[in-house]
Write a protein that binds this ligand. Structure first.
Ligand code: KG4
Ligand code: ZN
Length: 381
C-alpha cells in the first residue's frame, strides 16, 4: 500500500498544533504554538483568549508544518482534526479551518477524539522506533490537565475499541498540579514547575491521604459488573491549602508571587531562591502522593483486568517521578510500560494525525456538517 500522509490539527485547549504524519508511524513535522505567555498573567487558561490565539496561530502553524514536512496542501491525503473534548471555542477554530481546507482541496476529513490521540501518541512513537509487537489488551492511563482516565484499549485490524474502567470524580491530576502551584505562588502551568522543584524537597515531610475508590459498576447489567477504579484529587488540593493556612505560609507565597511576576522567564535557580525548605518539602510531598496514587491505582487495575501492556500518556506523563515510579513498579510486575516522549506527552497534532490513520484505512470520514463536541467521551465497547 502506498504511504498515507495525514495533516493533523489540534486546538482543544491552549496549544495550536499542526503536524504531518506518514501512515501513523513517522512524524514528518510537528509544530506546536504554545499560549503559555498569554495565559500566564491570569494563572490559568482563559477560554476567550485561547480562541483568539488559535485564530492568530492557525494558518502560520499549518504552513510551517507543511513546509517542515516538505509537503504542500495538495500533497496530503487527508485532514484530521480534534473534535473534542476541550474548550468549545478553541475546538471550533481548528474544526472550521480543517473543514475549509478539506472542502477547498477536496480531501477526506477525519474527526478525532483528543483522548484517543493521547493513546496513539504512544503507538506512533513505538512504531517509529520499530516496536510493532505490542501485546493486547493495553491499559492506558491518560493523565492531563483535563483528564484522568483509565482505558482498556483493544485492536482488531484497523478498528480500535476503548473501554473506560476509571476516571476522576472531581479534579484531573494535572489540574491538581496547576492549582497547587498557583496556591503556592509558583505560577502557571504548575506541573512542569513542581516536577523540577520536587527533587529539591523531602517527599516524606508531609503526609497526604489519597482516596480509595474501587467499586463495582452498578449501572451495568447483572453478570457484567466490571470493577472500576476512580480517582479524586480535590481533597489533596484542599489539604495543601489547609497546610498553607495552618503553617502561615501566606506572606511568603505573596512575596514569591510578586517576585516571580517581575522575572520574564524564571529559571530553576529563581524558583529555588524564592522557596524555603518547608515549601520545597511540601511540593515534594504533594508530588509523591499524586504519583503513588496514580501508579498504585493503575497497577491494581492492570492486575484486575490482566492486561499485557501499560501506556501512560497526557501532559502529566511528562513528570519525571511519575515515569520513574511507573517503570520501577511495572517492572516488578513484569509489565511493559510505554510513554510518549515529553514533546508528545503534552498536546500536539502528531497524535491526532496518528490516531486518524486507522480511520483513513477504514474510510471513516466525516461530513462537512460535523461539529464540536466539547464534552466528548471515549467509549466504544
Ligand atoms: O495533555 P495536556 O497538554 O493538555 C490537556 O489535555 O489537558 O496536559 C496539560 C497538563 C497541565 O495540567 C500541566 O500542568 C500538566 O499537564 N503537566 C505536568 C507536567 N507537564 C505538563 N504535570 C506534571 N509534571 C509535568 N512535567
Ligand atoms: Zn491533552
Amino acid at each position: 500500500m502506498p504511504y498515507a500522509y495525514i495533516l493533523g490539527i489540534e486546538t482543544s485547549c491552549d496549544e495550536t498544533g499542526a503536524a504531518v504524519v506518514r501512515s501513523g508511524e513517522r512524524i514528518l513535522s510537528n509544530v506546536v504554538a504554545s499560549q503559555i505567555a498569554t495565559h500566564q498573567p491570569y494563572g490559568g487558561v482563559v477560554p476567550e483568549l485561547a480562541s483568539r490565539e488559535h485564530l492568530r496561530a492557525m494558518v502560520p502553524v499549518v504552513r510551517q508544518a507543511l513546509a517542515e514536512a516538505k509537503m504542500t496542501y495538495e500533497s496530503v491525503d487527508a485532514i484530521a482534526v480534534t473534535q473534542g473534548p476541550g474548550l468549545a471555542g478553541s475546538l471550533l477554530v481548528g474544526i472550521s479551518f480543517a473543514k475549509a481546507l478539506a472542502f477547498a482541496l477536496e480531501k477526506p476529513l477525519i474527526a478525532i477524539n483528543h483522548l484517543e490521540g493521547h493513546i496513539h501518541a504512544v503507538l506512533l512513537e513505538q512504531r517509529q522506533s520499530g516496536n510493532t509487537a505490542l501485546e493486547f489488551p493495553v491499559l492506558a492511563l491518560v493523565v492531563s490537565g483535563g483528564h484522568t482516565h483509565l482505558y482498556l484499549a483493544r485492536r482488531e485490524g484497523n478498528c480500535w475499541t476503548y473501554e473506560n474502567i476509571g476516571h476522576t470524580r472531581d479534579d484531573a491530576a494535572g489540574e491538581a498540579f496547576d492549582k497547587v502551584a498557583k496556591l503556592l505562588g509558583l505560577g502557571y502551568p504548575g506541573g512542569p514547575i513542581i516536577d523540577r522543584l520536587a527533587p529539591h524537597g523531602n517527599p516524606a515531610a508531609v503526609k497526604f491521604q489519597t482516596s480509595q475508590l474501587k467499586h463495582r459498576d452498578r449501572n451495568r447489567l447483572q453478570g457484567d459488573d466490571r470493577v472500576r477504579f476512580d480517582f479524586s484529587y480535590s481533597g489533596i488540593k484542599t489539604a495543601v491549602l489547609r497546610y498553607v493556612e495552618t503553617h502561615n505560609l501566606g506572606p511568603a507565597i505573596e512575596a514569591r508571587h510578586r517576585a516571580l511576576a517581575g522575572i520574564e522567564k524564571p529559571k530553576l535557580e529563581d524558583y529555588l531562591r524564592l522557596c524555603d525548605r518547608q515549601t520545597l518539602d511540601l511540593v515534594a510531598s504533594f508530588q509523591r502522593s499524586m504519583v503513588e496514587d496514580l501508579v498504585a491505582k493503575t497497577l491494581v487495575a492492570a492486575r484486575e483486568y490482566d492486561v499485557q501492556t501499560l501506556f501512560v500518556s497526557g501532559g502529566v506523563a511528562a513528570n519525571q517521578e511519575l515515569r520513574a515510579t511507573f517503570v520501577r513498579e511495572a517492572e516488578m510486575e513484569g509489565l511493559p510500560v510505554f510513554f510518549p516522549s515529553r514533546a508528545l506527552s503534552t498536546d500536539n497534532a502528531a497524535m491526532i494525525a496518528a490516531a486518524a490513520f486507522p480511520k483513513f484505512l477504514s474510510r471513516e470520514f466525516v461530513r462537512m456538517d460535523f461539529s464540536v463536541e466539547a464534552g466528548m467521551t471515549l467509549q466504544s465497547k
